[in-house]
Design a protein around this ligand. Structure first.
Ligand code: SF4
Length: 453
């Protein structure tokens, strides 16, 4: 068992994990927990107890990157008090800034790029035993896609387990840094995806969340001639899951075939996260998104005509360079027309490598802030109305665990449409589907009770 300090002869070394950003990062952080868990590290929620701090970073938005810098700055004092502490930075900021992070933060020990997660164990060992400060930014995943499987890290998945099916992106939206820090699209062979899902279900997972920057274009570059809808059919046929979800989808790659899966595959949740970014065709073109707002609306119509109770969420951005007031009104109109169940809204910020950072007509910060506030107010009203419309209905919920806010007295789960429902019940229900009558509705969750049957 590795030791990172001489102060704990009988206790294990403790790992503290902090994740900023997307579900891909959450997934990578889980991998790190499991890899280091096998090496004897115990997870702690108390940063002062930590012997290793793993910070997984995001650089998609300037704000997320600023958070990384201030977080690392705050760790300086902690390291001064505890010199044996090892600090690791991984993810997109690590990939983007590389060795310069070590120069700027002298208390930092390891910088791991986006394809270096499987190497964390060996590199940490070198940092601990030889006091080396290391930067590792490999061009490709070193152990290939199945490193997670080879290392046997699947012993305790949650009820909902993420599975990466592809990485990187070929779309080069003009505002986005992802293709530059995560690389070009790579799809994972279907047999490996299925093998991981089977292992996860054997160890208790009931729902799988298939992850990728653009899962709809799954299959590019594989010999198998398989696309994403065929992969969904295979997963459906060859596993015993209660539920399947996927994210993220790109409107230009959402085929009729894939839309049909929502009607044809009972285990596939009637929910999709389909970012539209803006309701203005002029801005969509400047963003290099590859579709129009009319096309986006036609996809929503197809989804809802096949599955009227389809759950819909999306990403939207305000203040892209050149966004006129009329473009912003087009965005609000699209939100009113679709009435999303959930919306992730952001202000545009310049990102390194992204072409939009060179565009003229930048929008002043105060205008961006006012537009974002107006958009979020509108969406808040829509969500509350939609949640209130759920009151009195009976929904099937997959119970995921104890509700964090209830000292363990309440359970929490999700409807197919991805709405969170809290209710009282015994912990034996965790991992099972239950029928809940919806009693009350809030901005971010519902409250329910078990029905007799
Ligand atoms: S689809 Fe566009 S926004 Fe999404 S990761 Fe790729 S380049 Fe970025």
């Amino acid at each position: 068992m590795p030791k990172t300090s001489s102060s704990f002869e009988d206790s294990p070394p403790y790992l503290y994990v902090h994740t900023i950003g997307c579900q891909m990062n959450e997934y990578d952080s889980q991998r790190v927990q499991q890899i280091l868990g096998v090496q004897g590290y115990a997870l702690t929620g108390d940063i002062d107890q930590a012997d290793v701090i793993f910070l997984n970073t995001c650089s998609v938005r300037a704000k997320a990157e600023q958070k990384v810098h201030s977080y690392l700055g705050r760790l300086r004092k902690l390291k001064a008090r505890k010199p044996g502490l090892k600090i690791i930075v991984a993810g997109c900021v690590a990939q983007q800034l590389g060795a310069s992070l070590l120069g700027r933060f002298e208390h930092l020990d390891l910088v791991l790029g986006t394809r270096a997660i499987s190497s964390v164990g060996g590199l940490l060992h070198r940092a601990v035993t030889r006091s080396e400060r290391l930067v590792h930014l490999p061009e490709v995943e070193e152990d290939g896609w199945d490193s997670f499987l080879k290392q046997g890290h699947l012993t305790s998945p949650g009820v909902v387990a993420p599975v990466t099916i592809m990485q990187g992106c070929d779309n080069f939206c003009s505002y986005c840094i992802v293709p530059h820090v995560r690389g070009r699209e790579r799809s994972r062979p279907a047999d490996e995806v299925l093998r991981e899902i089977r292992l996860l279900t054997e160890h208790g997972a009931k729902e799988i969340l298939l992850l990728g920057q653009n899962v709809n274009s799954y299959g590019k570059g594989l010999d198998e001639g398989l696309n994403f809808s065929r992969l969904l059919h295979r997963i459906h046929e060859q596993t015993t899951l209660l539920r399947i979800r996927f994210t993220t989808s790109h409107p230009k790659d959402l085929t009729e075939d894939l839309i049909r899966c929502f009607a044809d595959l009972p285990q596939l949740c009637r929910w999709i996260h389909l970012p539209f970014q803006t309701g203005s065709d002029r801005i969509l073109q400047r963003m290099n998104r590859g579709y129009t707002s009319a096309h986006y609306m036609s996809l929503i119509e197809q989804l809802r005509s096949l599955c009227p109770d389809m759950g819909l969420s999306a990403d939207v951005m305000v203040g892209f360079p050149g966004e006129a007031e009329s473009d912003f009104r087009d965005t609000l109109r699209l939100i009113q027309d679709v009435r999303f169940d959930n919306l992730f809204s952001f202000s545009y910020s310049d990102r390194p490598f992204a072409r939009a950072s060179e565009l003229p007509d930048k929008i002043p910060e105060d205008v961006k802030a006012a537009r974002l506030a107006e958009l979020q107010h509108l969406q808040g009203e829509i969500v509350l109305e939609k949640n209130r419309a759920e009151i009195g209905s009976v929904r099937e919920v997959l119970v995921e665990g104890s509700s964090k806010q209830s000292d363990g007295r309440q359970l929490t789960g999700r409807t197919e449409q991805n709405r969170i429902v809290n209710f009282e019940g015994p912990t034996e229900l965790i991992g099972r589907l239950v029928q809940l009558r919806i009693l009350n509705a809030f901005q971010h969750s519902l409250r329910g009770e078990r029905t007799a049957c």
